[in-house]
Design a protein around this ligand. Structure first.
Ligand SMILES: Cc1cc2nc3c(=O)[nH]c(=O)nc-3n(C[C@H](O)[C@H](O)[C@H](O)COP(=O)(O)OP(=O)(O)OC[C@H]3O[C@@H](n4cnc5c(N)ncnc54)[C@H](O)[C@@H]3O)c2cc1C
Length: 451
């Protein structure tokens, strides 16, 4: 043991790396963790947390509009972007400090530096040039947003910069069809920006249930987000006081900001992985086995750099399972089945399990239960919106394979429905559960008509 400086060296103090480091240290391992930017990683610094804070901010505008039907007059409401960003930054700094403190309390040594791999058991800290010999290396170094190779791409922003803009763009063109693009389109729109969402596919949110995709797009359009499908931004021109996003079809869209949310690439370049023989797959992610071990026996990888399911709770579970396996004498495989997920667009999406298309592709004979209804709040607010709930049920066993919800509170509802799905609940178990009235969620247990 003494031939190594540490038992475990973790590259990246994000969601997965921090959990792995703390749990390994708790099992008695000597652990060092390197972070080149800010402790907390994507989720805390420029992902889930700041995004949700901005989503909360953006939804006040809808509440102000809805309030009139309930008798309220909301006058003089004004929004100040610098106040929001300053308060958000304060909260992120608080969380970052808490992460530092928790690592220190667990006796994990933090190296505030970029780390690169020199050989299967040696790291170099670029800030000081110091070498560290580690018995085991864990890659928990995440992913980064990609920009397209188009003229003027240097004028564009990604989600990284969107959280730090000096002012709220009055007009923004966003290219992307995934959840990050949808969320930013809705949050900028809610804050008062004129938003154009450009997506090269024929529908946004690929991989989501088709009914959900259609419903969310049409509600986004109804609320005022311009959605252009089957197009890409071909170039960006910089003008005196604005940008022009030029689409492949030649259309010019003036904007204060042009944003790309077209995907995130695992951070596998320029850290020495090729030289030591760590294998990557076609998606550019580190290939790992069920215990997160790479093709080099002393090097493991978790979280976004493995591109299994790029979500914070998944990276955390993978990090925890790795630490229990390696240092806790408790071999544990991370479980990627029935992981619930949400999109904080407007209206919100929550889902767990298989979409109808995925279930059919997997060969299941299905019963589909689908309800679309006007939420009670909309009766007085007058908002043109509806809630969608859909259960994908395997006909023979009656097992609920998927729950899909679009509407206010969808994420909170699905977290709970996910427990039932994970336990293997049947449609009859949903039916046996008495409704909680008056809620939107009660529809989940009162769906009787197959569609
Ligand atoms: C805008 C946005 C919104 C998101 N919203 C959600 C959400 O609502 N819910 C959800 O579950 N997930 C969300 N995600 C995804 C989530 O943030 C990631 O899945 C999660 O952070 C992955 O954790 P990780 O530990 O793998 O990597 P990260 O959290 O990215 O941490 C990797 C860390 O490694 C550091 N690093 C990289 N290379 C080196 C090196 N060579 N040396 C030292 N340090 C290095 C990086 O600086 C970074 O801090 C969102 C992501 C984005 C971008």
């Amino acid at each position: 043991m003494a031939e190594y400086d540490v038992d475990l060296f973790v590259i990246g103090a994000g969601s997965g790396g921090v959990r792995a480091a703390r749990v390994a240290a708790g099992h008695g391992a000597r652990v060092m963790i390197a972070e080149e930017y800010r402790v907390g990683g994507t989720c805390v610094i420029r992902g889930c947390v700041p995004k949700k804070l901005l989503v909360y901010a953006s939804r006040f505008s809808h509440e102000f509009e809805d309030a009139a039907g309930f008798g309220w007059t909301v006058s003089g409401a004004k929004f100040d972007w610098p106040t929001l960003i300053a308060n958000k930054d304060k909260e992120i700094a608080r969380l970052e400090a808490a992460y530092h403190a928790n690592l220190a309390r667990a006796s994990v040594e933090i190296a505030e530096s970029r780390a690169v791999v020199e050989d299967a058991r040696t790291l170099r800290l670029l800030k000081t040039g110091a070498r560290v010999h580690a018995e085991t290396i864990l890659l928990a170094n995440g992913a980064h947003p990609v920009l397209p190779l188009i003229p003027g791409a240097e004028h564009a922003i990604t989600s990284n910069e969107a959280f730090q803009l000096a002012e709220l763009p009055r007009r923004i063109v966003i290219q992307g069809g995934g959840y990050i693009a949808a969320e930013f389109a809705c949050l900028f729109h809610g804050l008062g920006a004129d938003v154009t969402l450009v997506h090269r596919g024929d529908e946004i949110l690929r991989g989501f249930d088709d009914d959900v995709r259609e419903q969310v797009r049409s509600e986004m359009v109804g609320r005022g987000v311009k959605v252009i499908l089957g197009q890409t931004i071909a170039s960006i021109e910089k003008q005196a006081h604005a940008l022009q996003a030029v689409l492949a079809n030649g259309e010019h869209h003036p904007a204060d900001q042009v944003m790309f949310a077209i995907g995130r690439a695992p951070n596998i370049k320029n850290i020495g992985l090729e030289a030591v023989g760590v294998q990557a797959n076609a998606a550019g992610a580190v290939v790992v086995d069920e215990y997160s071990r790479s093709s080099v026996p002393s090097i493991y990888a978790i979280g976004d750099v493995t591109h299994r399911l790029a979500l914070t709770p998944v990276a955390i579970r993978e990090g925890h399972a790795f630490a229990d396996t390696m240092f806790g004498n408790k071999p544990t495989k991370p479980d990627h089945v029935n992981v619930p997920s949400a999109v904080f667009c407007d209206p919100e999406i929550g889902f767990v399990g298989l979409s109808e298309a995925q279930a059919r592709e997997a060969g299941f004979a299905l019963d589909i239960y689908r309800e679309q209804f006007r939420p009670m709040k909309a009766t007085l607010s007058g908002r043109a919106t509806s809630v969608l709930m859909k259960l994908v049920v395997e006909r023979a066993s009656e097992r609920v394979l998927g729950v899909h919800i679009v509407g206010e509170g969808a994420a909170e509802m699905v977290q709970l429905a996910a427990i039932a799905v994970k336990m293997g609940a049947k449609k009859s178990d949903f039916d046996l559960t008495v409704a909680l009235h008056p809620t939107a969620a009660e529809e989940l247990v009162t769906m009787h008509n197959k569609s």
